[in-house]
Write a protein that binds this ligand. Sequence first.
Ligand SMILES: *[C@@H]1O[C@H](CO)[C@@H](O)[C@H](O)[C@H]1NC(C)=O
Ligand SMILES: *[C@@H]1O[C@H](CO)[C@@H](O)[C@H](O)[C@H]1NC(C)=O
Length: 166
Amino acid sequence: MASVSLVLMLCLYLSQANREILVGGKQSAWQIPSSSNHTLNLWAERTRFKVGDVLVWKYDPKEESVLQVTKEGYDKCNTSSPIKEHKDGNTKVELEHSGPFYFISGSQGNCEKGEKLIVVVLSEDHWPKSPLLPLRPSNQAYGLRDGVLLALFMSLAAIFFNLLFI
Ligand SMILES: *[C@@H]1O[C@H](CO)[C@@H](O)[C@H](O)[C@H]1NC(C)=O
Ligand SMILES: *[C@@H]1O[C@H](CO)[C@@H](O)[C@H](O)[C@H]1NC(C)=O
């Protein structure tokens, strides 16, 4: 019984931890897109972001950086006065509020070639209330959450059977 409670507590902890989302879904995604069909904004449109999610960029800090900018900075690819500059190669940015976030590459000329990203965070009201609504299977960001829910369900089932047979 003790171990079941432990699993349950772990599940509760995990489900409250901030979800980390790798930008572009892979390590080397922060670069000039190979075609207009492979932009990060197309990836972002297929992904749901919510308040508290953490975006993660992996890149070579000698070649690249991540600038968080205003809409004007994004539209003009203006790298001169970012809201925040990240150049550690393993950048994490928490999405602290709903609404749009704008990011561009700090490398000279890369933003103009499409290395930029808009992430729109929906407010909680826009989230589906019913768990029966289908989630897109292609959305990898749901992986951890689904796993946690499954684990939670399993531990509840285990507790139920314990009560039944003791
Ligand atoms: C991009 O996608 C469109 C529509 O799906 C397709 O017609 C076009 O050939 C694609 N272009 C590239 C470079 O893959
Ligand atoms: C870029 O931003 C700086 C600071 O806001 C501004 O002075 C400059 O005129 C902008 N450059 C362009 C090309 O918009």
